[in-house]
Design a protein around this ligand. Structure first.
Ligand SMILES: *[C@@H]1O[C@H](CO)[C@@H](O)[C@H](O)[C@H]1NC(C)=O
Ligand SMILES: *[C@@H]1O[C@H](CO)[C@@H](O)[C@H](O)[C@H]1NC(C)=O
Ligand SMILES: *[C@@H]1O[C@H](CO)[C@@H](O)[C@H](O)[C@H]1NC(C)=O
Ligand SMILES: *[C@@H]1O[C@H](CO)[C@@H](O)[C@H](O)[C@H]1NC(C)=O
Ligand SMILES: *[C@@H]1O[C@H](CO)[C@@H](O)[C@H](O)[C@H]1NC(C)=O
Ligand SMILES: *[C@@H]1O[C@H](CO)[C@@H](O)[C@H](O)[C@H]1NC(C)=O
Ligand SMILES: *[C@@H]1O[C@H](CO)[C@@H](O)[C@H](O)[C@H]1NC(C)=O
Ligand SMILES: *[C@@H]1O[C@H](CO)[C@@H](O)[C@H](O)[C@H]1NC(C)=O
Length: 414
């Protein structure tokens, strides 16, 4: 959930006359938690948390679109669903694409352009009734307007971006979020820029497919989202049957009618669900402080994943499942390239963050990939072998991360 990236942390800005060593020292010190606070949570395997914490403050939102000379970034929206989708686009910060939503027929795509400082989200609206500028939708609706300003109504699968993340705005943060529920399968593909072609697509191209009929059988080479030389780690367990019933019954947005209409108890999960079966998030379903992580629960140490979050992580390991899932669900890559949001990609959900976390960390912290990492990324055995929490990413200490972040920031300084 990228809105939470707007941390209070303000990184110092310097004139170009400062020498880089001094910059590193100052940034390092500024990023170190103060010694007195003592209670800074140690991020075990959650290397993303540090980067998110050090994210730059946001610039005000502009509708856009950006002019060509502004260094604009392509944002392609593709509809692979078998019905028309009305994508919605909301801009939280930076220069937006100049539109808040449009109609997109099956098999079609649309190229938008956003500023390199854009922060916002894209989602798919379904089953809309369009009448001039009005567009009333069953899911993802935004006040019945074709041109959305704010977010759509839950449940909706979201693609979230912060194109100017990190301490000096030199990284792109993105994620697929099910924090506002799930309506359709979604994938995010990188469109490499000249200076980011070295990043293998299997590190960046993620997908969440939790709708029966869209799920492919697992292919040994996992080439659904990358090319033949870079297999993608995929979720291994789901079947069309299991994926049709992942949503906990109380979270179903449109539950099928029950015989007896709930008057007598009925084994709910035996009722057949339609293939299009949007799922409300725990927060939207109960609206409780506990599930929404607000009030007393606005604390990552107190707000724990609900049953909904756990089922989301099983069916879509790379998706954001609840408000404090940042540390495990955000992709962080060097800035530069553009993005394609695919509505209803067919294939399987990806499992990149867990399986290739080490390589992603290397990319996020150093802006490059070593020979060893490139070799591992071609090794299907390595990609597929189990990587539990125990042998996952060895986190750097907070101090080491601060040092890495400040050195990278200095290197990238204009
Ligand atoms: C978008 O559609 C056009 C025309 O069908 C096609 O040539 C192009 O490759 C598509 N772009 C993407 C990113 O899929
Ligand atoms: C609503 O939209 C979804 C997704 O496009 C589609 O699968 C479903 O058939 C539609 N339902 C109705 C009742 O039109
Ligand atoms: C696969 O993608 C990588 C990175 O984009 C590229 O360098 C490589 O040539 C591609 N391989 C094939 C077989 O297309
Ligand atoms: C799921 O259903 C689709 C459409 O019927 C089919 O093409 C696909 O092979 C099935 N996937 C699995 C894993 O059985
Ligand atoms: C990732 O992509 C690279 C480059 O195409 C490939 O060599 C490697 O096998 C891929 N890794 C996995 C796990 O699929
Ligand atoms: C997949 O199934 C295996 C065997 O049942 C289980 O050990 C593993 O934890 C499951 N993986 C996930 C991601 O649920
Ligand atoms: C890649 O180039 C773009 C535009 O030319 C620039 O904005 C971006 O910062 C560069 N990325 C890196 C990692 O140097
Ligand atoms: C591929 O990865 C496996 C498991 O990590 C390892 O045992 C094997 O030596 C690797 N193969 C190559 C060619 O590096």
């Amino acid at each position: 959930m990228l809105p939470s990236l707007q941390s209070n942390h303000q990184s110092p800005r310097f004139g170009c006359s400062m020498n880089q060593l001094f910059f590193i020292a100052i940034t390092f010190v500024s990023l170190l938690p103060s010694a007195q606070s003592g209670s800074i949570p140690v991020v075990k395997g959650n290397w993303q948390a540090d980067f998110l914490q050090h994210s730059r403050r946001v610039v005000p939102a502009k509708r856009g679109p950006p002019a060509e000379w502004e260094g604009r970034i392509p944002l392609v929206v593709t509809n692979k669903c078998d019905a028309t989708i009305w994508p919605g686009v909301a801009t939280q910060a930076g220069t937006g694409p100049g539109t808040g939503g449009f109609e997109l027929e099956p098999g079609k795509n649309k190229t938008l352009w956003v500023g390199s400082d854009w922060q916002g989200r894209v989602w798919g609206r379904t089953n809309c009734t369009v009448n001039g500028n009005s567009c009333a939708c069953k899911t993802g609706d935004c006040f019945s307007k074709l041109d959305c300003v704010f977010s759509g109504a839950p449940p909706a699968t979201l693609a979230e971006f912060n194109l100017a993340g990190g301490v000096s705005g030199m990284q792109t943060f993105y994620d697929i979020s099910l924090v506002d529920g799930y309506n359709i399968p979604m994938g995010i593909n990188s469109i490499p820029a000249k200076n980011t072609t070295y990043i293998p697509p299997n590190l960046t191209n993620c997908a969440c497919i939790a709708t029966s009929g869209w799920l492919y059988a697992k292919a040994p080479t996992g080439t659904f989202y990358a090319n033949s030389s870079f297999p993608v780690p995929l979720e291994a367990n789901e079947t069309n049957k299991s994926v049709s019933s992942w949503c906990p019954w109380p979270n179903l947005a449109f539950p099928p009618t029950k015989p007896g209409d709930g008057v007598y108890s009925y084994p709910d999960d035996n009722v057949r669900r339609p293939p299009f079966s949007p799922c409300k998030s725990a927060c939207a379903a109960t609206n409780s402080d506990k599930d929404c992580c607000v009030g007393r629960f606005h604390n990552p140490n107190i707000c724990k994943p609900s049953l909904y979050s756990k089922t989301v992580k099983a069916v879509c390991p790379d998706a954001y499942s609840f408000a404090f899932d940042d540390q495990k669900s955000t992709f962080i890559v060097p800035k530069g390239g553009g993005w394609e949001v695919v509505m209803c990609p067919a294939g399987r959900s990806t499992n990149i963050l867990r399986q290739l976390g080490k390589e992603l960390f290397e990319l996020a912290s150093g802006g490059r990939l070593s020979e060893l990492s490139m070799k591992r990324l071609r090794n299907v055995t390595y990609i597929e072998e189990g990587r539990g929490a125990a042998n996952g990413v060895r986190p750097l200490s907070t101090a080491a991360t601060a040092l890495v972040v400040s050195i990278v920031a200095a290197m990238l300084m204009p």
